[in-house]
Design a protein around this ligand. Sequence first.
Ligand SMILES: Cc1ncc(COP(=O)(O)O)c(C=O)c1O
Ligand SMILES: NCC(=O)CCC(=O)O
Length: 433
Amino acid sequence: MTGRTANQRLFGAARAVLPGGVDSPVRAWGAVGGVPRFLVSGRGAYVTDADGATYVDLVGQWGPALLGHAHREVVAAVQSAAAAGLGFGAPHPRETELARSIVERIPPVEQVRFVSSGTEATMTALRLARAATGRDLIVKFAGCYHGHSDGLLTAAGSGVATLGLPDSAGVPAAVSATTIVVDYNDAQAVRDAFAAHPGRIAAVITEAAPANMGVVPPRPGFNAELRAITAADGALLIFDEVLTGFRVDPRGWWGLEGAAEGWSPDLFTFGKVIGGGLPLAALAGPGSLMGLLAPAGPVYQAGTLSGNPLATAAGLAMLGHADDAAYARINKAASAIAAGLREALHAAGVAHRVQRAGNLVSLAFREHAPKNYSQARDQELFRYAPFFHAMADAGVLLPPSALEAWFVSAAHDDAAVERILAALPAAARAAAG
Ligand SMILES: Cc1ncc(COP(=O)(O)O)c(C=O)c1O
Ligand SMILES: NCC(=O)CCC(=O)O
């Protein structure tokens, strides 16, 4: 025995054969230091690591685990689908069934194309927007993350933000030149972009409610203004609901805002929850646009594993069990956690804002609520690592970056929430330094 923990041994072995020891940078604990926990199982609100330690989990698979880990009916649906064949590379009935359940929930959506990741969904949405408008330029917001396709990595959130990168190496300058980056929540900046490039912008892409620079909700009316500005110029509005879709509400963020205010974007992207924990994402919209996709139309898009039988089974089971009671439990737990956070940090005398967008929560170590990416970065980020580690030591796993959202699930019952609340005072004192 070397005295090293199983997590340490596994991380060492992983780093030899996986760059950085991980398959996605956000998992590497780079911003908080220490050894990432290698998780071997999960059930409900809890996950267990290779050393046998159990944690209340607030990472939630980075979004998909809406009902908690290994939800019995979701697992059963996947097992039964697997027994009937892992995939066929041919149409199968569940694709239509899942598409129909999305169309029924979100009336502006008439057709859905399933892909395997949110990255593919947004990448294809841009291609579709360019084909539909005959224009090249895209507007995106600093701090929003839409996956890792070339044109969307500029000033991106999530791991790009956590690593403090302006963009990624390896993206052709000619591609970056087609992306116009503006500040979030600044409608005038969007108007200025359209004024500077009249008739040349294919689409504005936005997170419906940003949660990849921490949570930075749209100010009231902002998304509706984006709708009006894009429509006036003949550009499309792409609402990226990969993270918020079917999480903040059965109809996603659009259900909380657009549905009530009477507007809708041209295209939606979904992911995470709709795959029930397996690789599945989608772009969706009216038939007039979606019909441009091959083989119905000239915009090529394809995928060997797209809409595969296991992921569609998981997604259907997930959506089928995401009833009003489940959303009510998530909202209640999120509110209790947010209140506990405020109380603990206030008691410890730490300047902070608890950020909320529906049931999404994050923590910013600054006095005023951040409204955009530069404000989100302008906080006492150094406080997050001691806070994070104190929570982990007390058996609560948080996202390993202050610039990520916390994901609460319907399985976060009173006992799980109590464990989080009990851990907060010591973590707040650790953050106070
Ligand atoms: C809003 C948003 N869009 C797109 C993506 C990319 O999805 P994926 O990681 O499945 O490629 C993510 C998260 O990863 C996201 O949060
Ligand atoms: N909110 C950030 C993500 O969901 C990213 C997940 C990943 O890239 O692994």
